[in-house]
Design a protein around this ligand. Structure first.
Ligand SMILES: [Zn+2]
Length: 243
């Protein structure tokens, strides 16, 4: 039964059986299991990822349910990582899943991220993304930046030593960010950005994404733009001539 689960994606020439083998042998860490993170985790487990770590210290709230597809009304008040773990095991009981009920910080990031082949950004604030950017660079681990606001969002692959990083283009390195209920976010934008983040991650794992271009998608207009973000020699995280 499990054997035929991946038939439709293996038939796609961009993946084929060789790519599927890579997917199934890869370890991912999903930091933040909110709208993007829970969609990303679900999709990647359905695609055959067998080793997954999820990191989040939040509880499920009623205001999450419009866009965080992993969670239901009966989950309100429970820990996101616990419910996500149970849901992911219902999709594939053979996965190995590691749950970290903590916020990612400079104190725990090296431990959490060092086992990953790729790291997925499901966070919602500058502080956490700065930790991801710095620690992933130090560990030489690729990660997928994804962010959504209103009707639009961004995705970018960050591959240490190969692409630009988040600091290369002046992304703020501090700040809590504004919660989704205040700044607003449309659920369909969350899903669209999550889909692009998953596709980008698979391309990085299969070594078919090396540019690190910034992809911007607005689901309302709709509009899609791809922006080249060159490496910055003076970048304080990854530059050759660090300030
Ligand atoms: Zn940089």
């Amino acid at each position: 039964m499990v054997m035929d689960r991946y038939l439709s994606q293996i038939a796609v020439k961009e993946i084929f059986p060789a790519g599927q083998k890579v997917i199934e042998s890869s370890s991912i860490v999903v930091v933040g299991v909110g709208g993007i993170g829970s969609a990303v985790a679900e999709m990647l487990v359905r695609m055959g990822i067998k080793n997954i770590t999820i990191v989040d210290d939040d509880l499920i709230e009623n205001s999450n349910l419009n866009r965080q597809a992993m969670f239901k009304e009966s989950d309100i008040g429970l820990k996101k990582v616990d419910v996500a773990r149970a849901e992911l095991l219902r999709i594939d009981e053979e996965i190995s899943i590691n749950v970290i009920d903590q916020k990612l910080s400079f104190y725990n990031a090296e431990d959490i991220l060092s086992q990953a082949d790729i790291i997925m950004d499901g966070t919602d604030n500058y502080n956490a993304r700065n930790v991801l950017n710095v620690v992933s660079f130090n560990l030489k681990k690729p990660w997928i930046f994804s962010a959504v606001e209103g009707t639009y969002g961004y995705v970018k692959a960050i591959i240490p030593g190969r692409t630009s990083c988040l600091s290369c283009f002046g992304y703020p390195d501090k700040g809590e960010g504004i919660s989704c209920t205040i700044q607003g976010v449309i659920p369909s934008a969350v899903r669209a950005i999550a889909s692009i983040a998953v596709t980008t991650a698979v391309k990085v794992l299969l070594e078919k994404e090396m540019t690190g271009d910034l992809l911007y998608l607005d689901v309302w207009k709709p509009s899609l733009e791809i922006m080249s973000i060159p490496r910055n020699d003076s970048c304080k995280v990854c530059g050759e001539r660090r300030l």
